[in-house]
Ligand binder design. Sequence first.
Ligand code: VGL
Ligand code: ZN
Length: 200
Amino acid sequence: MHDTALIIIDVQNDFCPGGALAVAGGDEVVPLINAMQGDFAARVLTQDWHPADHASFASQHPGLAPFAATEMAYGTQVLWPDHCIQGSPGAAFHADLSTTGADLVIRKGFRRGIDSYSAFFENDKTTPTGLEGYLRTRGLTRLTLVGLATDFCVAYSALDAARLGFDTTVHLPACRAIDMDGSLAAALDQMRAAGVTLVS
Ligand code: VGL
Ligand code: ZN
């Protein structure tokens, strides 16, 4: 698979059991992802990387609680518990995730006023992370996505990848979801409709 990159989304302590925004079974993806890494021409890690006063944190919105939705300049935003604060242990990759073979680490969500679920664009859907150019200049036209969380950062990344014309697969056994208010089912439907291959 000389043209296929493995995109490993946000396998960080805060998304694993015991973390600030724990995803059920989040740590279970680690051995699966480690076993997959050698099968790809490139490995890209993403890392959610927020300033302590990030606008996606409910703590920045007096009167609003985590998991409530609010309107931002760029659209509806779910408010989260404080998580993945730059340099904190929660923002570190899971200790057992193999990172030595990574070709690239993309950090996202580092601007205070805007969240970034997707590995390609911030939540305004226009500010790029640079990942598209990196993949294109390396001739990586096919992508397999794994990691956390299926219904947020994995889905947003897969939908952008498909829209950009990458041949996009999500390998669901190596993903886990937050799944609030039907968000997992909705994300799976959207990905299918966008032509993303879902492996289960
Ligand atoms: C994520 C919510 C907030 C994710 C990141 O990685 O799916 N979800 N920040
Ligand atoms: Zn985040």
